[in-house]
Design a binder for this molecule. Sequence first.
Ligand SMILES: [Zn+2]
Length: 227
Amino acid sequence: MHRKIRKLLVVGAHGDDETLGAGGTVARLADEGVVVSLCILTNDDGSRSVSGSGIVNRTAAIELAAKTLGIERVSVHEFGDNRLDTERHLDLNRVVEQEVREFEPDTVFATSMCDLSTDHALVSRAARVAGRPGRGPVKEVRTFEIRSATDVGEASGLPNAFRPNYWQLLDESHLDRKIDALRAYGKELEPWPSPRSERGVRALAEYRGSQVSAGLAEAFEIVRIVH
Ligand SMILES: [Zn+2]
């Protein structure tokens, strides 16, 4: 039986994780009346800043992307980009737990433990802790894939691989909004053949769609559903 999502919390390490990993699905669910909240743990360009001429205000970019996707509530925290491994796990867990307490989501989407990015893996762990069974409102936890983090993790011989077991079908309009939201991040939209190019984002949606004989999809790995 189909489980109806009512309140969705999306947890990412960096502004753009939510868009690259689940932007089309979030757009679709928001259209269907799901209330979506976004929690991003870091708020600077850190080691990814090359020229310093990129995003002036990352929070503004996150808010613009969120608005494009139909996300109603955004919280951006002040941990350092690519430095989450220097934080106490307790502090990361507390931030996500606080989000769960305040927003009371029935569903949590998060980055994958399988990503080469340590930030992504730590955020995934914190989201699992916040959404753990036996307490709180969370009935479903699932992880999303981010090309250049998830697939690079797989290609680098990490012991765990992202194994999708849920495909969310998308319309062209959902993919369009995902790409529009990605544009809010300016320099993240790179030329083909980058996975962060418009064509790269479309190629992944077409690949995941074709796996289930559909036009477009985003793939997820379900951690747990209580129904
Ligand atoms: Zn990221």
